[in-house]
Design a protein around this ligand. Structure first.
Ligand SMILES: [Zn+2]
Length: 65
């Protein structure tokens, strides 16, 4: 932890939960890479070649759409 007690992002992110997940899904879907990259889901050597396809589905299940 860089700052004891945090700097206050948690409450904001809790309230912006749906917007945050929608933004993440949009970023992933618009990324021009084929299987995932450090700009969207992470490097394929760490997350596997199916992460770019699966992560938006997980976000959809969390958001119910
Ligand atoms: Zn990417």
């Amino acid at each position: 932890m860089g700052y004891p007690g945090g700097i206050g992002f948690s409450e904001l992110l809790y309230h912006e939960h749906a917007n945050l997940l929608n933004a993440a899904r949009s970023l992933i879907e618009k990324c021009p890479c084929a299987y995932g990259c450090p700009s969207c889901v992470g490097p394929t050597l760490e997350v596997g070649k199916s992460a770019k396809e699966i992560v938006p589905q997980i976000i959809g299940l969390i958001l119910g759409k």
